[in-house]
Design a protein around this ligand. Structure first.
Ligand code: SF4
Length: 289
């Protein structure tokens, strides 16, 4: 029988355990573990990948964009880092790579590493928005949270990737930092990894100069900004040509918020997207499963 179950391995602790559970549940002869490599991952991700391969007893297949060699190529082509609906890098380096792969391969089910905390917010809308995926959520079957996954890895003798050791809750594009990170995440990077932070701050300025309007990673999510409506950009470092735009030093220190694991399903595992579609179809906003 051809392998008919695809398990997405992202380099994070949750998806790593979800892939292992899928192999244990369905058998290594049915599961293909796939990693969408942005080529912008922390180097330790590749050590973690090798450790997981030994744990699983099967190879992890790596797929990457054929169009873009680096994440910077994407940002500069589209003059964009992060917008309200997601990030262009996730679309180009993950979503489109995944969609192409799905067309070229046969499969019946896809496995995702959403944990209990993400059950309602991510797993339910993922299934409602994408019924053809026949999604399987092994962590929900066992009632696991991310902390359980970290413990399971520890018990298996597998060290979590370096970004977790540095205090982040995800392993998302740590070479540059993730453009979906919020103000707290970037404040931490500024304090602890200034060189990398500075490079991103200068990329914001360059992209802004090329586009002729602020191109930023962070946005102001204060009540005051929400009242004004729309997208209120916030720079990593002040841009001399835009003194009216705030930078992250102007916000009280915040804890870095956990990032959504970047799996190329930006917006497709979003309850708001489902509700909006349902409202359009039914012309009412009553929510029924
Ligand atoms: S992890 Fe972050 S920076 Fe990397 S592709 Fe996804 S959104 Fe972009």
């Amino acid at each position: 029988m051809d392998k008919d179950i695809i398990a997405w391995w992202s380099g994070g602790a949750s998806s790593a355990v979800a892939c292992k559970l899928a192999i244990d549940l369905f058998g290594a002869n049915r599961v293909r573990v796939i990693f969408q490599d942005t080529r912008n991952e922390d180097d330790d991700t590749y050590r973690f990948l090798k450790d997981c391969e030994k744990w699983y007893g099967i190879k992890i297949e790596i797929i990457s964009s054929k169009e873009f060699n680096s994440i910077e190529e994407v940002w500069y082509k589209y003059l964009s880092l992060s917008v309200a609906g997601g990030a262009i890098c996730s679309t180009k380096l993950k979503r489109e790579v995944r969609e192409q792969w799905e067309k070229e391969n046969t499969w019946a089910h896809q496995v995702f590493g959403y944990d209990m905390k993400e059950a309602i917010k991510r797993a339910v809308p993922m299934t409602l928005n994408n019924p053809k995926l026949n999604a399987i959520y092994p962590l929900l079957l066992y009632g696991y949270f991310k902390k359980d996954c970290i413990k399971i890895l520890d018990n298996a003798g597998i060290k979590v990737p370096e970004p977790y050791i540095k205090g982040y809750e995800n392993n998302n594009c740590d070479k540059t930092g993730c453009t979906r990170g919020g103000i707290g995440y970037w404040q931490k990077r500024k304090r602890e990894e200034y060189n990398k932070f500075y490079k991103m701050a200068m990329r914001e300025h360059e992209l802004t100069n090329l586009k002729g309007e602020p191109v930023t990673i962070c946005k102001d999510q204060s009540n005051e900004a929400k009242k004004k409506g729309g997208y209120v950009p916030v720079f990593l470092l002040p841009h001399p040509d835009y003194p009216e735009v705030k930078d992250i030093s102007m916000f009280k220190g915040r804890e870095p918020e956990p990032l959504v694991e970047c799996n190329g399903f930006c917006g497709l595992d979003d309850m708001d997207v489902y509700l909006e579609k349902k409202k359009r179809l039914n012309n009412n906003n009553e929510f029924n499963f």
